[in-house]
Design a protein around this ligand. Sequence first.
Ligand SMILES: C[S@@+](CC[C@H](N)C(=O)[O-])C[C@H]1O[C@@H](n2cnc3c(N)ncnc32)[C@H](O)[C@@H]1O
Length: 286
Amino acid sequence: MTATPLSDSVNPNPVKPDAARERDRWTASADAWDRWADPMADLADKLNRPLLDAAGLAEGDRLLDLASGAGEPALSAARRAGPGGLVVGSDLVPGMMAGAVRRSRGVDGPAPAFTAADMTALPFADAAFDRVTCRFGIMFVPAVEAALREVRRVLRPGGKAAFMVWGPRAGNGLFAEIGDVVAAHLGEDGSLDPLFRFAEPGLLADAMRGSGFEQSAETDLTPVRKAPAGQPFWRAALDMSFGHRLGGLDRERRGALEADIARRFDAQAVDGIVPVPSHARIVVGW
Ligand SMILES: C[S@@+](CC[C@H](N)C(=O)[O-])C[C@H]1O[C@@H](n2cnc3c(N)ncnc32)[C@H](O)[C@@H]1O
């Protein structure tokens, strides 16, 4: 983990998402999240481990995962909490959890329970959990302070919450390149902007302290994935993060869009390898 200085590309006026639009977006891309969940599981676990470490999750803990989608990191958390623990996964959009429910049936060992829940109005008692996690979800919630107050309410005194958010767009090559091509083909619709809402260091940590958390800390992760040139390593990101824009495309238009994405990444290859930088941030509050 390395500390990263504030990038020039951080948007000083981050866009607030729109609740109805976010619900539609995730409903439209739910099938893609289910389809890609297993092929992406190893990559996902590389991010889950530091997030669960930051949350301080230990065997026997009760953990609530918010915006679980297809089960990340709820499934990893259940393995760590063990048979004496309890993991509850939740999401605003029930369809997004279809993959999570399917995957939890196949696990050998403790599995999470999943339930639909808007994180701004959680259906749980005060102090019901020791830990709360949320991987790449809080940025899509317009009423972020309401969500953070709910998180604080369902945490026991001394409990910890850990959020994973994206750093700046410029540090996230996969989204940046695909986003540029999608905008060139289909027009700019702004739906990528909420991803980078907490790109500015300290922004989410400040919101946590303003919502009942006494302390907060953050750590940046800046891994560079080495992807093989000529391979569609970018297709999962295209389907999962832009799927809501691709539904109406015929084969020809989709083919042209994908060919442009492939050309962009192949042009960056060095000795057959495309470096794909990413920048995530873990923000912890207690
Ligand atoms: C990028 S996905 C993240 C899924 C998963 N945590 C992961 O990292 O793979 C964002 C998720 O946030 C969920 N979401 C958006 N607004 C929400 C809200 N108000 N309450 C709970 N979940 C929400 C969406 O339905 C979607 O499943």
